[in-house]
Design a binder for this molecule. Sequence first.
Ligand code: SF4
Ligand code: SF4
Length: 395
Amino acid sequence: MMEVEEGNFDEAYDVYACMQCGKCTGSCAVSLRSDLNIRELMRIAILNKNEDLEKHEEIWDCTSCGICTVRCPRDLKPAEVIIGMRSSLVEGGTIPVTVRDALESVGTNNNPWGRPKSKRAEWLEDLDVKVKNISEGEEAEYLLYIGCTASYDPRIQSVSRAAINVLTKLGVDFGILGEEEPCCGSEPRMMGETGLFEMLVEDNLTLFDEFGISKIITLSPHAYNTFVNDYPECAKRLKEDDVEIPDIELEVKHYTQFLEELIDDGRLDGEMMNEFSGTVIYHDPCYLGKRNNIFEPPRKILNIIPGARCIEFDRREDRSLCCEGGGGRMWAEGTGTGERNAIIRVNDANQDGANVIAVACPFCLSTLEDAHVTAGYEETMRVMDIFEILDEVLK
Ligand code: SF4
Ligand code: SF4
């Protein structure tokens, strides 16, 4: 993450090294059906024409999947250039009203969904097991970081409850922060609200320090990515600016990594599970796969489930088709026309013979759940988070 003064794209992102080869645009699944053309946006950055950015509504189509950055032969960061462009637009106040509302809601409610902070832990009401609340002084080895979407979205709340059930059955010493849990800031950062993100980093590190939290398990790859990749860089910059933030080292794992370790330690295996009936296809989320090269852990978990017949998408791992849920896309309408990627994905899964799409990300669950209903697979296919599958099978 970089702080960019308006008109300074060339220095901040080394855009003159761009040879306009177009590999970024060629790899961008969004550009197939929207006006988004990342090579063209790089050209605009090279020409330093950032004063015209408000004409480029398609800047909000980017899902921040990161594949353009992975594929760039010059090791540039086109996905970051878009975030820099969004920052300019945020600073100038020329942003879609839905994005503005989401960002304002993070500032006032600590979540982009416009829901009150006091309702953040409502999903706990339907749970039978007792969960430690670290913010109430209870001690635990791990913080289970739920995140905004899994706290408020009724469909995704089921993943939060499944996570509690599974981790409890596995004897993990964990707690949550309940109503005190903050927004991690991933979506504000991707939407270009750098100032708000910095504020969240400062507040959240202070909060983690206050409650003695150093080990975090996340439900969302987006929270994982921001804690692991964005927080250290932002904290370093804040310290250079003499902002007082605690010196804490966080050990952060996405839950699939954590469960993989339990498998390796012999604390989770197929004998602890009832049979699962289904042909399961795993959808790699961009923020685990493309951005962080985490491909194996979710597959390892699915492969030990008795009765689950695991198959693969043709477009998988770093070629996985983005579901279009990340990078603030949940709050921006976008210029896209034609078939959404999520619809293409559920059709592919159906053609491949899957009746369960397994996911490991709240945004993937939300987009693919919606798509499987729209595409008419409600009766024949289930979209499930891996935690939900485990909750169903664990004895
Ligand atoms: S892939 Fe890299 S070098 Fe090629 S056009 Fe895109 S940003 Fe420029
Ligand atoms: S981050 Fe993904 S969606 Fe955004 S421009 Fe790059 S490839 Fe396209």
